[in-house]
Design a protein. Structure first.
Length: 223
């Protein structure tokens, strides 16, 4: 079936006419890529509560011994990767090769993600300064400033999904990424400013504008 546009007459949709679109002017891969970039919500038509923020368009991905280029990469509201690869007229071998993007995504740490995102955002706005974490928070966590969680709940949920995961590893990761936890100084490598400690064992999402700036030792800066 071809592509059609809906021609609505005098605002009356019941009298609208479907008109076939001239496809000779459409670059299927490039144009569909543009449309998806501009309309990310169509990827979640069965889940209206979910969406995606794009953080890269055709970045170079290290796959095996070669560099490949996924069309679009993003992060959805649950924090999962979204990789879009549009292929038309490709052989099964070419298409299967794109599955390797999953292993590439899994190998990236936050610094790698942020580097890709910064390049993407600055293409659109050279003066863009927000980090990927800030962009994610603004897109998906606007209402979470007062939502707290217990470390024991996170450990329980992760252990249910990944039984072999070490409990102390989870606990140390939370401590390391909590800006005002005095014990984070024992885990200086790979710190991320993600959480704010409300009370013993209770945390919430860190908000620099409300919580101030903290150093790698869990000490408030400028206090």
């Amino acid at each position: 079936m071809g592509l059609f546009t809906l021609n609505v007459q005098n605002g009356d949709i019941s009298k609208a006419i479907l008109e076939k679109t001239k496809t000779d002017s459409i670059d299927y891969e490039k144009d569909f890529e543009n449309w998806l970039e501009n309309s990310p919500n169509v990827l979640f038509e069965d889940d209206e509560m979910n969406s995606v923020i794009w953080i890269g368009r055709q970045p170079t991905a290290k796959v095996g011994e070669s560099g490949k280029i996924p069309d679009l990469i993003g992060i959805d509201s649950t924090g999962d990767w979204v990789v879009v690869e549009l292929k038309k007229g490709k052989t099964p071998r070419d298409v299967v090769a794109q599955i390797l993007y999953a292993s590439w995504c899994a190998s990236l740490d936050y610094a790698g993600l942020d580097e890709i995102a910064q390049a993407y955002f600055r293409q659109k706005n050279p003066h863009f300064e927000n980090s990927l974490l800030q962009v994610y928070r603004e897109a998906f966590l606007k209402d979470n400033s007062v939502t707290t969680f217990k470390a024991t709940e996170i450990i329980k949920n992760l252990k249910a999904e990944y039984p072999d995961m070490n409990t102390e590893t989870i606990r140390c990761q939370i401590t390391q990424d909590c800006v005002n936890h005095s014990s984070r100084k024992h885990y200086p490598s790979g710190q991320r400013d993600l959480y704010y400690r409300v009370e013993k064992g209770v945390f919430r999402v860190y908000d620099p504008s409300k919580d101030g700036k903290w150093n790698s030792k869990g000490e408030m800066i400028g206090n």
